[in-house]
Design a protein around this ligand. Structure first.
Ligand SMILES: Cc1ncc(COP(=O)(O)O)c(C=O)c1O
Length: 402
């Protein structure tokens, strides 16, 4: 089959394997990127959905406006203001606007759609989130990977990349509890990224679906890049994307973009082309949940759980992985993942062997900007499996990690 140039090189093989494997519930999965299913607020959602359909069917089942369900936009605005992503001065013509999207994924895709011409460049963290890399690839962009360090991108390498490559449109960063590594970009690096974006006149796409999932109370919450840019020169060159997937439920598909009006207006026209609007019932469910229940309390409960899960996984790795494997793991302060690096075995081979033994991991290859590169690094999710399964799964991996 001859697919378009823009999509011919997209591959989702590791993710596809993951979903196939997850259909078999005997598999121990460290693969997905979702909250623990034990924490989905199913009872609350059931009563909210019932109430919406009983009391407001004409609204819930009709077309909605592309920008999103107005009460939800207000909730997102209030939450973003509480978190200093937006400032608390009154709305004016220059204030950033909000577009509700079908997951954060659509917000990323719309950013690519409105900014990228074929052959343009996007600077990405290496490794980075496959869904974003594929979105950029699908618009014919060249990806320039900047190596990740413990506290974010190697800033010298970022400057060199921006100096040597022309037509770069934006820098894509996941500054907090990054996917796949679980690391957080330091305050200093956040400021340096903004300075470089000013110097080279490029946008920053700040993707922050995991920011609320901080489970280590002893680390400070860092300001978002959007906040820091506003406090610096307020040039409005940051596009911020968020999501309810990781704090409530990924299946609802509710996310959002926050950006200057001109950008949101263009994204809105493009979203109209894609799906007219995000389905209203999920938007109303999220809105009513925030209105009637305590979202922050829910997040704290999840975080207390993830903290235990993460420590247990790190402890199992420390105890069970052979010392001569060379493998080290990142130590996240939040989020859903940790990253194992420094091993000797190709991670695609390791992932296949692991799956044969009933453990699903995501090999690092899919997260690399150059999709033909190989790596021994791999990603482990710690949120979804019970503690005994974490122990069992890491035990199985320890026999094959090399
Ligand atoms: C870094 C990052 N950004 C965005 C998304 C998109 O999530 P969703 O479309 O479910 O909001 C994900 C999902 O895994 C992610 O890891």
């Amino acid at each position: 089959m001859e697919f378009s140039n823009k999509t011919a090189n997209l591959s989702g093989s590791s993710i596809r394997d993951t979903f196939k494997a997850l259909a078999n519930n005997k598999i121990i999965s460290f693969a997905g990127g979702m909250p623990s299913s034990a924490f989905y607020p199913a009872d609350e959602f059931a009563s909210i959905a019932q109430n919406i359909l009983n009391t407001n069917p004409a609204k819930a089942l009709n077309y909605g406006i592309t920008e999103g369900y107005a009460p939800l936009i207000e909730k997102i605005r209030n939450r973003a203001t509480e978190q200093n992503i937006l400032d608390n001065t009154s709305e004016n013509q220059d204030s950033p606007q909000i577009l509700v999207t079908s997951g954060g994924q659509q917000a990323i895709n719309l950013t690519a759609m409105i900014l990228l011409n074929e052959g343009d460049g996007v600077v990405v963290e290496n490794p980075s989130f496959l869904g974003a890399l594929n979105a950029f690839r699908s618009f014919g962009a060249n990806l320039y990977g900047v190596p990740m360090q413990n506290a974010g991108m190697d800033i010298e390498a970022l400057e060199k990349t921006l100096t040597t490559n022309k037509n770069i449109k934006f820098i894509y960063v996941i500054p907090t509890f990054q996917n796949p590594m679980g690391v957080t970009t330091s305050l200093q690096k956040r400021k340096q990224i903004i300075d470089l974006a000013y110097k080279f006149n490029v946008y920053i796409l700040e993707d922050n679906p995991y920011g609320d999932l901080k489970f280590n109370p002893s680390t400070p919450s860092l300001p978002t890049i959007m906040q820091l840019e506003r406090e610096a020169q307020n040039r409005g060159n940051v596009i911020y994307t968020g999501s309810f997937s990781k704090i409530l439920s990924p299946g609802l598909r509710v996310g959002y973009a926050i950006a200057p009006r001109e950008i949101i207006d263009k994204m809105t026209v493009c979203k109209q082309v894609q799906d007219v609007h995000t389905p209203l019932i999920p938007q109303m469910i999220v809105n009513d949940y925030i209105e009637n229940f305590d979202l922050n309390k829910h997040i704290s409960k999840c975080n207390a759980h993830y903290s235990k899960q993460c420590s247990h996984m790190l402890n199992c790795i420390d105890r069970l992985f052979p010392k001569n494997s060379g493998i080290k793991a990142t130590k996240p302060d939040g989020g859903l993942f940790l990253w194992c690096y420094g091993g000797k075995k190709d991670s695609a081979t390791l992932a296949k062997e692991a799956l044969d033994l009933g453990v699903c991991i995501v090999s690092g290859n899919g997260f690399l900007p150059n999709s033909t590169d190989s790596t021994s690094s791999f990603r482990l999710n710690f949120s979804a499996s019970p503690l005994d399964k974490i122990e069992e799964g890491i035990g199985i991996l320890s026999k094959i990690v090399g």
